[in-house]
Design a binder for this molecule. Structure first.
Ligand code: 2P0
Length: 357
């Protein structure tokens, strides 16, 4: 019996403009995963933070799809996000099969999917983004779907909102869209990584523990209780999206850095404004903010531009952006203030475990 298999890999993406809304950090539709504001992120291009997924379709498999994450079987819940993605991919495969009756009817065969993360899962390092993106990419390759990456992002979005952005490299926007069926809530590449090759990122792993509040439940609590969120959605993010896209187009690091840091702080302020408050940053995260702010202040006083920008997702781990020429000073400063040694008690020893771009 014929067997068909495909492997795909997707990296994490780290938001510069965090989306916080009545559906992303708030969703306007929790089933379709529609955000209430657009967002923009940078997809990391090296291999440090990556999900790799292999999908296989085989007519001889017992009925029902099965999924393994890091070697452990995960239940594919009926009506759950993974099932929704697989159903949507099958529907597009069936269209291919109906058009060309000579192709094998893979859509009717059970799937076996194995996915591995080469970094801690659910620790605020965007594992759901890379994981769901790799799953959608892998099955779409297996099914040889003709759809574009933006069209596939419509499906990845329903697996995990931020996953839609991980289907692209470089600088990626998730356009929130306005259609109630979600047909225009998709990701587009704002610029490829070659556009700004000097842009580098340093990942500072403060803690690889699973986070206490998942993004999904955290953002729903924020939507239900935060008044600051409403201000952020209406009056802050739309303008910032335009500004950061202009900064990327012009390769204007100072503007990119200022917007990224302000938006990270705005997002964590909204988490704090949630009832009960959500604390994703810890003392080490705040110390990293202080160090970067001081680096930048000293540079500006000397008549130079900003050296680095920090951003934190839903966890304590920092992503520091800097131009290549400034990365050595950033790495040295972080190593100086947060020595990477196992003699230090947690969480210090985890710092700066991974450097990538
Ligand atoms: C982002 N985050 O823009 C923001 C910043 C975390 C903070 O997207 O419920 O794991 O699966 O759609 O995609 C994390 O949200 O949430 C996220 P679901 P997801 O990257």
């Amino acid at each position: 019996m014929a067997r068909y298999e495909a492997t795909a890999s997707a990296p994490v993406n780290i938001a510069c403009i965090n989306f916080t809304s009545s559906r992303y950090w708030g969703k306007r539709d929790t089933a379709l995963i529609l955000p209430t504001n657009s967002s923009l992120s940078v997809t990391l291009s090296q291999d440090h933070l990556r999900s790799t997924t292999t999908s296989r379709a085989d007519a001889s498999f017992e009925q029902g799809d099965r999924l393994w994450l890091n070697g452990n079987e995960e239940e594919i819940k009926a009506g759950g996000r993974t099932e929704t993605c697989l159903a949507a991919l099958r529907k597009w495969r069936k269209e291919v099969e109906d058009k060309d009756t000579s192709v094998p009817r893979l859509s009717e065969w059970p799937l076996r999917i194995a996915s591995y993360n080469n970094f801690p899962t659910a620790a605020g390092l965007a594992s759901s983004a890379s994981g769901l993106a790799a799953l959608v990419a892998s099955v779409s390759q297996l099914y040889q779907l003709p759809q574009s990456a933006s069209e596939l992002s419509l499906i990845a979005r329903q697996g995990s909102g931020s996953a839609c952005r991980s289907l692209f490299g470089g600088f990626v926007a998730w356009q929130m869209g306005s259609a109630s069926d979600g047909s225009d809530s998709l990701a587009v590449q704002v610029a490829p990584k070659e556009h700004w090759p000097d842009m580098h990122a340093l990942i500072c792993v403060v803690s690889d523990a699973k986070k206490g509040t998942s993004s999904t439940s955290g953002m729903q609590k924020t939507v239900a209780t935060s008044t600051l969120l409403q201000h952020r959605i209406k009056h802050v993010v739309p303008e910032r999206m335009e500004e950061i896209e202009r900064a990327i187009a012009a390769k204007d690091f100072d503007s990119f850095a200022r917007i990224t840091m302000r938006d990270s702080n705005s997002f964590h302020a909204v988490c704090l404004d949630t009832e009960p408050p959500i604390f994703y940053l810890n003392d080490v995260s705040r110390a990293i903010i202080a160090v970067v702010e001081e680096l930048n202040r000293a540079s500006v006083v000397q008549g130079r531009g900003l050296v680095a920008a920090y951003t934190f997702d839903a966890g304590p781990n920092a992503v520091l952006y800097a131009l290549e020429e400034n990365m050595p000073v950033v790495v040295n400063t972080i190593n100086e203030f947060f020595p990477q040694t196992l003699e230090f008690p947690d969480p210090f020893h985890m710092l700066n475990k991974t450097a990538t771009r």
